[in-house]
Design a protein around this ligand. Structure first.
Ligand code: ATP
Ligand code: MG
Length: 256
């Protein structure tokens, strides 16, 4: 059975998709079988894995609404060497259409049960909102990985996210826990980054991953080529950090 993780933060542009795609590719490189689930109508993870979101036979949208099986909808990222349950703008409609459905927050969990025996890891890229889509991700997962930029406002939204996770844990998914906070787009030359980073360690202790992802232009360039950063330029500092993060994840899971 796969270990299922949500990459979530309701703040926009904090590095969720970059983390999901590169962790998927990093884990695949060390021999793990990975399924990436794109749960964001922006479809950025789909594109970042090299899949054309305009040419999908089926997507996360159909899977959530029960119109397609996840085995039918998944595609393979040839370059990343992992599978993808892809998404495009259609998924925005699911938010409304799910409202009247039975067990609406468990649709993804049920859909993933069809394939989870085939993978070691399932990574879910969440949209930047605490919405019904994100709730489906949190109900399906064993844990949450929270990417954060080390800036002043980063800490503000964190308590809302932590409270949501606590509520889901209490009412809907007792398996759910915070696996860790990942510091991303880190700039060691900024005093504020250092300060916020130290605050996070003080406050969250072991929940802060040891690996720090630096700000690195190669990671930002890679999506425009439809290639995960860790494959695009394996020698770059960003790629190496995500590969190290993959190894840290495997280690953390083994001790869980
Ligand atoms: P959204 O909330 O819109 O889904 P997100 O949280 O998924 O956004 P990303 O799309 O991963 O965030 O990243 C936002 C932007 O920052 C992108 O342009 C991405 O290429 C860039 N970026 C992410 N991580 C890094 C990094 N470590 N170094 C440099 N650029 C980065
Ligand atoms: Mg994203």
């Amino acid at each position: 059975m796969a270990k299922i993780f949500c990459i979530a933060n309701q703040k926009g542009g904090v590095g969720k998709t970059t983390t999901t795609v590169n962790l998927a590719a990093g884990l695949a490189q060390i021999g793990q079988r990975v399924l990436l689930v794109d749960l964001d109508p922006q479809g950025n993870a789909t594109m970042g894995a090299g899949i054309n979101k305009a040419l999908l036979k089926a997507s996360t949208y159909e899977v959530l609404l029960g119109l397609a099986n996840s085995k039918i909808a998944r595609v393979t990222s040839e370059v990343g060497k992992f599978d993808v349950l892809p998404a495009n703008r259609e998924l925005a409609g699911a938010e409304v259409e799910l409202v009247d459905m039975e067990k609406r927050e468990r649709r993804l969990k049920d859909a993933l049960a069809e394939v989870d025996g085939e993978y070691d890891f399932i990574l879910i890229d969440c949209p930047p909102a605490l919405s019904m889509l994100t709730l489906n991700g949190l109900c399906a997962a064993h844990g949450v990985i929270i990417p954060m930029q080390c800036e002043y406002y980063a800490l503000e939204g964190l308590s809302d996210l932590v409270n949501t996770i606590k509520k889901v844990h209490a009412n809907l998914n007792p398996d759910l826990k915070i696996i860790g906070l990942l510091r991303v787009m880190f700039d060691p030359r900024m005093t504020l980054s250092q300060q916020v980073s130290a605050q996070l360690e003080q406050h969250f202790g072991d929940k802060v991953f040891k690996t720090i992802i630096p700000r690195n232009v190669r990671l930002a360039e890679a999506p425009s080529y439809g290639v995960p950063g860790v494959c695009f330029d394996p020698t770059s500092k960003g790629a190496q950090a995500y590969v190290a993060f993959g190894a840290e994840m495997v280690e953390r899971i083994e001790s869980m």
